[in-house]
Design a protein around this ligand. Structure first.
Ligand SMILES: [Zn+2]
Ligand SMILES: [Zn+2]
Length: 337
């Protein structure tokens, strides 16, 4: 199968399963066409990424927020199909290897989406992950480490892949430093902008991105497996501030999970585009439209703020996103790597 056909099958599987139905498992896909079956059979055996969460650091609902959208978030959680803070897992089913990408405040519930028996066995022995990748030190991206420590799972000897600054931050500040001291996490700094082999299947690159760096710095991850590559970039101040050509960067991967925090400035009364520390989805689509039209890269927005109408399943914003060839991330999506 050529790359384009493979990507089409991949997209069909990802979007047919969890994107629109809100289904927790891809097995609930309403679509039964050949492409989905093909992609799913590849998924079963092949290394893949599983979307564990899709919203901004503070979750959906956000604490003390009783807007219509946050109440809908409560309803989805009550139904067992809630939204979680942006995160993915990398899964190698045959070798029973699992990686977590960002450790969020929703970690307790969201890792339940990894339904492989092997993962549950590994969790029981307090060694669920072969490694944890952290983009940066904002609460939605690393605070979940806390419940992997003494009072929670009590993991051990787990490598935490991050930048040198982030590793230094973890080693120097409590309660993370105590987790390091106890040998639960092992900060493992990786140089930026070059490939690192993680195991027989996965390689990773760290790409620095401009973001509010109060405690450490911020990176995006590019993961490359035997079949495909995926960019995980949940936070960036704006595309034009990036040292890379954003269009070239996104076009260089098969799947790009990108910062979709806000739809428009209407969500932020009294703010100008200059003081919104994230790109807006519509201008992002304008920027990446040629990449989406090329059909070689699936561009999927994640890290949506609780104010973002693109969270509304089947709403006009989601329809516009889909019509233009983009997508909104949903828990349970899988991308073969
Ligand atoms: Zn964030
Ligand atoms: Zn952030």
């Amino acid at each position: 199968m050529d790359r384009r056909a493979f990507l089409a099958a991949l997209g069909a599987a990802a979007f047919g399963g969890a994107a629109f139905g809100g289904a927790r498992s891809l097995g609930a896909s309403p679509r039964g066409d050949g492409a989905v079956a093909l992609a799913r059979s590849m998924e079963a055996a092949d290394p893949h990424a599983l979307v564990l969460g899709t919203v901004q650091d503070a979750g959906l609902p956000q604490v003390g927020c009783y807007s219509v959208r946050c109440d809908e978030g409560r309803r989805l959680h009550a139904e067992g199909v809630g939204r979680f803070v942006s995160s993915i897992a990398l899964i190698e089913p045959e070798s029973d290897r699992y990686y977590l990408v960002d450790a969020t405040p929703d970690i307790t519930r969201q890792i339940d989406l990894i339904d492989h028996p092997g993962f549950r066995r590994r969790a029981a022995s307090r060694r669920p992950f072969d490694g944890i990748f952290l983009t940066h030190a904002h609460i939605g991206h690393y605070a979940g480490l806390a419940v992997l420590g003494n009072e929670g799972m009590g993991i051990r000897d787990t490598k935490v892949y991050c930048t040198t600054a982030m590793a230094a931050f973890l080693s120097a500040n409590q309660p993370w430093a105590y987790m390091v001291e106890q040998g639960r996490i092992v900060p493992t700094p990786l140089d930026t902008d070059r490939w690192h082999r993680i195991d027989d299947h996965f390689e990773v690159q760290l790409w620095p991105v401009p973001h509010r760096d109060e405690f450490a710095d911020t990176v995006a991850f590019v993961f490359r497996g035997p079949r495909a590559s995926l960019l995980f970039l949940p936070d960036i101040n704006d595309w034009h501030l990036w040292e890379r050509s954003a269009v070239d960067a996104v076009a260089s991967v098969d799947v790009a999970l990108l910062d979709g925090s806000f739809w428009s400035l209407d969500e932020l009364p009294g703010r100008s585009v200059d003081d919104v520390p994230h790109p807006l989805i519509r201008p992002s689509m304008d920027r990446f439209q040629t990449v989406a039209d090329g059909g070689e890269t699936r561009i999927v927005f994640t890290h949506l703020n609780n104010s973002n109408p693109a969270l509304d399943m089947g709403g006009p914003e989601q329809r516009e996103i889909e019509r233009r060839g983009f997508a909104v991330a949903r828990e349970g999506m899988r991308f073969t790597l």
